[in-house]
Design a protein around this ligand. Sequence first.
Ligand SMILES: Cc1cc2nc3c(=O)[nH]c(=O)nc-3n(C[C@H](O)[C@H](O)[C@H](O)COP(=O)(O)OP(=O)(O)OC[C@H]3O[C@@H](n4cnc5c(N)ncnc54)[C@H](O)[C@@H]3O)c2cc1C
Length: 450
Amino acid sequence: MRIIIIGGVAAGAKAAAKSKRMLPDSDVHIYTKDDYVSYSACGMPYYIAGDFQDWQKLIVRSVEEFEKSGIHIHTRQFVTKILPADKKIAVKDIDKEEWQFVNYDKLIIATGAIAIHPLFMNPKYTNVYTLRNLDDGIIIRKAMNVAKHVTIVGGGYIAVELVEAFVKNGKRITLVERAPFILSMFDEDISSLVQDYILQNSDNLVNIISGDTVAELVGDDNTVKDVITAKGYGFDTDMVVVSVGVQPAVELAKEAGITLGVTGAIKVNSRMETNLPDIYACGDCAEKVNMISNTPTWIPLGSTANKEGRVAAINVTGGVEDFEGILGSAVLRYRNLNISKTGLTEKEAIKIGFDTVSVVITKRDKAGYMPEVKNITLKLVADKRSHKLLGAQAIGCGDADKRVNTVSIGLLQGITVEELIDADLTYAPPFSTSIDILISAAQILKTKLS
Ligand SMILES: Cc1cc2nc3c(=O)[nH]c(=O)nc-3n(C[C@H](O)[C@H](O)[C@H](O)COP(=O)(O)OP(=O)(O)OC[C@H]3O[C@@H](n4cnc5c(N)ncnc54)[C@H](O)[C@@H]3O)c2cc1C
C-alpha cells in the first residue's frame, strides 16, 4: 500500500511513523515544501530566548532517521494539486522547477496552519516577521540579537512566550493587543492578572498597548522604523514580530473538492476521514469537536496534531481508532508564572448558551511552611443546571497546570462540582495543602449552587 502524506511537522511525521509501524510493508512518503520534517515548533521561543544554542536540538527525527526506518522524505516539494479521481497528487520541485505526478492508495493531508498576515505587513519590509516554521525561528533569533526595541503585534500564547524570550535577552518590547488584555482565550479576570504579572516582572522592559491595533508600519525602502496604532500612538522599533493568529492551510483540500467545516478547517469524522474516499486529514488543517459543547471547533495545538496523526495512521492501515475531540487544554509560561486552561472559559460557555456559575480563588500550592510554597489562582466554571464542570483556568508560580490537568480528566467524565469535592487527591506538605485548591474551589462552587 502506498501512503502519501502532505506535510511532515507534527501530524504528518506522527502519521508516517505510525503507518510504517502498523504496516511495515507499506510504502510511506512525506512530501513537504519545507527544508525540515519532524521538529518541535513549540520549542522555538526557547531557542530564540537562548535557553539552548543549537536549533538542531528541535529536530525530533531527522530525514536520515526516517529513511533508515523505510519512510521516504521529500523536502522542498510543494504539492500543488490533489486529483482524487486519479488518486494522484501533483508536486513541484521547488529548486528544479519541475513537476511530477505521484500516485497514492491512501492520502493523509497534514498541511497544518499558516500565520495570518494583516494588511499592514508590507512584504517590502525585511525586519517584519511571523513565527511559524523552523526557518522563522532561526531568523528571528538572529534579528533579535542585533535589535534593541522589538514590537510584538498580538497577545496570544506565542506572543507571551516571545516576550519572555526577548526580556531574557534584555530587549525593550512594545506589545500591541486588540483586546482589553493579552491572552484573550482566557477570561478577563485571569488574563488581566497575567498582564499585571508580566508588567511587574519584566525589568521595566515591557510596554503593553491593549485595546488598540497596529494601523501602519513606517520606514524607508525595506526597513520598518516606526509603528503607528489605530488610536494614533506612535513609537520607534528595530523589528516587528506579527503574531495575530493562524488559519488552517486548506487551499489544496478545498480545490480538490474536500469539504470544509464551519470553522474553515477540513471537516473530518472521528476516524480523520474527509468526505472523499481514501483521503484523511489531521493536525492543524483539520476541524475538531469540542467535547463539552459537542460543536465543531478549531484550536490548533501540537498535542492534538500528534494524537490525530496517530489516529489517521491507524485507520489508514486497516485498524479502527476514533479521535473523540478536544478540550483545548493548554499551558504556557512567563518567567515563573504558569498559565493553563482546559475546557470552556466562562465567556465561551455563556456564548454557547450555558447558565454558568464560577469561582476564582487564590491559595497556596503547598503547605505554608514549605520553603518552595507559591500561590495559585484558580477559576472553575460550572453549569448551574447540571452542576457539571465546564472548564478551569489556573495561573501561578506554583503547579497551576497540575490542577488544570486534573480537571481535564474530570471533564472527560462529565464530572460535577459535588464529585470534584469527593476527588481523592494526593496530599503531603511538599505537594499540596491538606485540602487542595481544587477541592476548596469546588466547595465554594457548591455553596454558590445551593
Ligand atoms: C512558536 C510556536 C509555539 C508553539 N507552542 C506550542 C505548545 O507549547 N504546545 C502546543 O500544543 N502547540 C504549540 N504550537 C502549535 C504546534 O506547533 C502546532 O499545532 C503543530 O505544529 C501543528 O502540526 P501540524 O503537523 O498539523 O502542522 P504544521 O506544523 O503547520 O506543519 C504543516 C507542514 O505542512 C507543510 N505544507 C503545507 N502545505 C503544503 C503543500 N501544499 N505542499 C507541501 N507541504 C505543505 C508546511 O510547510 C509544514 O511543514 C506552537 C506553534 C508555534 C509556531
